[in-house]
Ligand binder design. Structure first.
Ligand SMILES: Cc1cc2nc3c(=O)[nH]c(=O)nc-3n(C[C@H](O)[C@H](O)[C@H](O)COP(=O)(O)OP(=O)(O)OC[C@H]3O[C@@H](n4cnc5c(N)ncnc54)[C@H](O)[C@@H]3O)c2cc1C
Length: 415
């Protein structure tokens, strides 16, 4: 019997779950810490099983319309000369209906699809979770709004999930650092990039600039190898100082990009981490997306796993008539293998993101330069994409039956 569900986080996993739960007849509230929908971000991939889920949700065409429509990718030398240019599909290891979209555009599509059926509360966060005395629900207090009771609570609040901390304990137990830090930010498109991504490598450091369709600005990415660093992840000045130390003296456009990072309104800085947990639920609380099993940006599958996980969790909840212990166990059963493959790939891709020696960088350049001239280039490109595709397809989607177009009762927010 469907009930009330509180979802923490309105990015990808949260609104995707809200979509399905509403269709199965649940009454859904989504609480998002940001004061409004976060429309910024970087490009993310929709591949394999996630394409199928997007199709079943009826948003595949919206995604295609908002595609980054990248044309190509290239490695550049210090003076900006392109070493090798490859078509975007090869660069992004995409095949068939796979696509790429800005995370903010995807969040907007999901939000627009659900906003009239689901209650969204922006600018608030869960402060505490307590099982009700009879075990039938969860008493939730908020940082700002009045306390409320829900049948189920879902943490779709990302790598540094508050729900995970409240239900399972400090995040340090679950985060595995992959030895690389990554920063991303908007910057002026001074290079005049037109749906193109450029990469510049130095030992242990990678610099990237790209522009996507319809965005007058460009994005910068800076990645560097490092053991775990100690810093406050809310302290922007500290993060900029770490970036400046890591990229001191780096060539190409790096100095200019560091300057842009300093004034960027959307600076992102974090380590590449996996979230590894023995279980994703406790009682009536369950985790979804990056909160449960972040595979880091290196995997290129985090968005896909968030969409697929939402489909599976909602489908299992509907199939189990809302009974959490049965649904959560089946959700994990369905998802574990898929997540394990992508965690393994994330470790590999994180190691390969930067190259340790100048010799290694020259070798990578040479291989990329030769690729378009190889008679068997399509087979090589396919081989390159094989790992990514293996991860993207590492789940067989169940058919949970035709969801009813629910007329769920909307509960007013008591804020
Ligand atoms: C630089 C970068 C590049 C990436 N590149 C790719 C890529 O190429 N391909 C790919 O597939 N994936 C990529 N990813 C990963 C992808 O963005 C994530 O895997 C995906 O967004 C996960 O979705 P999610 O909804 O689980 O979590 P998130 O997108 O992290 O969303 C969590 C949401 O919860 C909110 N929140 C946080 N705390 C609270 C709280 N206490 N209360 C309420 N709300 C809260 C946040 O504001 C946010 O809206 C990249 C990530 C980064 C950072």
């Amino acid at each position: 019997m469907p009930g009330t569900v509180l979802i923490s986080g309105a990015s990808v996993a949260g609104p995707a779950l809200a979509h399905w739960l509403h269709r199965y007849g649940f009454s859904v509230t989504v609480v998002e810490r940001a004061p409004a929908l976060r429309t910024g971000g970087y490009k993310v991939d929709i591949r394999g099983a996630a394409v199928e889920v997007a199709d079943r949700m009826g948003i595949l065409e919206d995604i295609q319309r908002a595609s980054t429509d990248m044309r190509n990718g290239a490695y550049v030398k210090d003076d900006g000369t392109r070493v090798a240019t490859l078509p975007a599909a090869i660069f992004g290891a995409r095949t068939g209906r796979d696509d790429e979209i800005m995370r903010g555009d995807l969040a907007r599509i999901l939000y627009e699809r659900t906003r009239t059926d689901v209650e969204y509360v922006f600018g608030d966060s869960i402060a505490s979770l307590t099982p009700t005395a009879d075990g039938s629900g969860v008493e939730v207090t908020f940082e700002r709004g009045a306390p409320r009771r829900f049948d189920l609570v879902v943490g779709a609040d990302g790598l540094h999930s508050t729900v995970r901390r409240l239900a399972f304990g400090p995040e340090e137990q679950f985060l595995r650092h992959l030895g690389t830090y990554l920063s991303a930010f908007s910057m002026p498109n001074e290079l005049g990039l037109d749906r193109e991504e450029l990469y510049y490598a130095e030992p242990g450091r990678l610099v990237c600039a790209y522009s996507s369709a319809g965005d007058p600005a460009a994005k910068g990415l800076l990645a560097f190898r490092s053991p775990r660093l100690s810093y406050d992840h809310r302290d922007r000045a500290q993060q900029l100082a770490l970036l400046e130390t890591a990229f001191a003296g780096a060539g190409w456009r790096t100095a200019r990009m560091l300057e842009a990072a300093r004034s960027a309104p959307d600076l992102y800085f974090d380590g590449l981490h996996l979230v590894e947990m023995d279980r994703w639920s406790r009682g009536r609380v369950v985790l979804l997306g990056d909160a449960a099993h972040c595979a880091s940006p290196a995997s290129g599958q985090g968005t896909g796993m968030a969409l697929v996980g939402a489909y599976v969790l909602a489908g299992e909840l509907a199939a189990a008539g809302g009974a959490p212990e049965v649904a959560f166990a089946r959700y994990e059963e369905e998802m574990r293998g898929y997540v394990a493959v992508n965690h393994e790939l994330a470790r590999k891709f994180a190691r390969e993101m930067t190259v340790d020696s100048r010799w290694g960088i020259r070798l990578r350049h040479l291989m990329l330069r030769m690729l378009p001239h190889m008679p068997w280039k399509n087979a090589v490109a396919k081989k390159i994409a094989e790992d990514v595709q293996r991860g993207a397809r590492a789940i067989t989607l169940k058919d949970y039956g035709r969801p009813v177009a629910a007329t769920a009762v909307r509960t007013p927010h008591a804020a």
